[in-house]
Design a protein around this ligand. Structure first.
Ligand code: 164
Ligand code: MG
Length: 379
């Protein structure tokens, strides 16, 4: 049976984070994004969240490109071509190259709508089995090592299952050394966001003595070959983030030996269906995966929790609680982390309600699309 989509609403939202998040590229504090709302003409509403940032420092997508691609292509195309299962959306959108974050925002909303219509949780619709997921925390670059140690202490006290520390040249070996000395037992990892090149191999080898769970994306996003060379030389497992946009990228990375761990971000890989395929492939190849974060508000967070219930998400994700970034989230209840654990909600779909008052408060503008008001798309 087709999933009837009568109306698509794109809420353009702006939320201010409690504190800026700083990595090797720069700093984010104001986050603009879209909440995609799909109405089935009955009582069900499906929600998705776009994750691209305002400028193209993480991948090439931005809030502006997401808006253009959703408004002018994806939304009209979906309204014209109803699907009977969310897995068909990936195939439908395949005629449009890349723009994975725009695709994922809409595909995620179709999954939520589908699960709600079926009366099952999104986690179950995806084939997830866990009732709880482990949460890690990602900590941006701090003004000093002393401040970093304090921030880590606060999150360690909350029971987060692992701490990710951002590194870059000049803020790396000494930082990790001091963190390790201060917290000898804490599971820690480092994320470089491509701040190094293969010429830094001897420098990166120095990280081996600190027992890191992994180093995330040390080299450039196109550098699968060099990551393979690096992985052969260092003991610390390499995890790929920015290099992975599809199952094909994962196949290449594993065949080359470029990494031992994969960070799956639903937006970066174009949606939940591709995320699931990557998960399954990694499981067959003994590559553990975890769910990366994009500083999401509640809807995106809920999708991350649902995908993390799949069996091979064996490492804690960047799925912190709502209060990590937001004074007030747009879902209710908010996501809470207790002793590093999130209870997977058991009501249908994403399992959290939209707090309409909060959503309205943060909405800058809203566009509604129906079959009657769109320009037909043909390829
Ligand atoms: O959502 C979170 O809490 C994770 C944040 C995080 O570590 C990242 C988000 C976006 C870009 C990067 O800076 C970084 C990452 O590379 O994983
Ligand atoms: Mg990363």
């Amino acid at each position: 049976m087709l999933i009837p989509i009568e109306k698509v609403i794109l809420h353009k939202v702006r939320m201010k984070m409690k504190t800026p998040f700083k990595n090797s590229f720069g700093s984010v504090q104001e986050k603009e994004f879209f909440i995609v709302e799909l109405a089935d003409g009955r009582e069900h509403r499906g929600f998705g969240e776009s994750v691209a940032f305002s400028s193209p420092w993480y991948t090439e997508e931005t809030v502006g490109t997401t808006e253009h691609i959703m408004n002018d292509f994806l939304v009209p195309f979906l309204l014209q071509n109803p699907v009977s299962h969310p897995r068909e959306v990936t195939k439908l959108f395949d005629v449009i190259r890349r723009n994975n974050m725009a695709k994922a925002a809409i595909e995620g909303a179709v999954w939520d709508l589908y699960a709600k219509r079926e009366g099952i949780t999104l986690a179950k619709a995806l084939g997830g089995e866990k009732n709880t997921v482990e949460a890690g925390i990602s900590i941006g670059i701090q003004p000093s090592i002393k401040e970093l140690l304090t921030v880590i202490g606060q999150y360690a006290a909350k029971g987060y299952k692992r701490v990710k520390i951002k590194i870059k040249p000049g803020w790396d070996i000494e930082v990790i050394k001091q963190v390790r000395e201060a917290y000898p037992e804490l599971p820690i990892m480092a994320d470089a966001n491509s701040a190094y090149t293969l010429a830094d191999i001897e420098h990166l080898k120095k990280l081996d003595e600190f027992g890191l769970m992994m180093i995330e994306q040390p080299l450039g996003q196109e550098d699968l070959l060099n990551h393979a060379k690096l992985q052969k030389e260092i003991e610390t497992p390499v995890c790929l983030d920015e290099s992975i946009h599809s199952l094909d990228d994962v196949k290449n990375a594993i065949a080359l030996g470029s990494c031992k761990v994969i960070n799956i971000k639903i937006g970066r890989v174009g949606g939940l269906e591709e995320a699931k395929k990557i998960h399954d492939y990694c499981m067959e190849h003994n590559i553990p995966v975890w769910c990366g974060g994009m500083l999401e508000a509640g809807v995106g967070r809920a999708h991350n929790i649902a995908v993390s219930t799949l069996q091979n998400f064996v490492l804690p994700g960047d799925t912190a609680g709502s209060s990590r970034y937001w004074e007030k989230d747009i879902i209710e209840p908010e996501v809470t982390v207790i002793d590093g654990i999130i209870n997977v909600p058991d009501s249908p779909g994403i399992g959290y309600n939209i707090n309409r008052a909060a959503l309205e408060k943060f909405t800058m503008n809203k566009k509604e699309f129906t079959l009657e008001n769109i320009h037909p798309i043909q390829f």
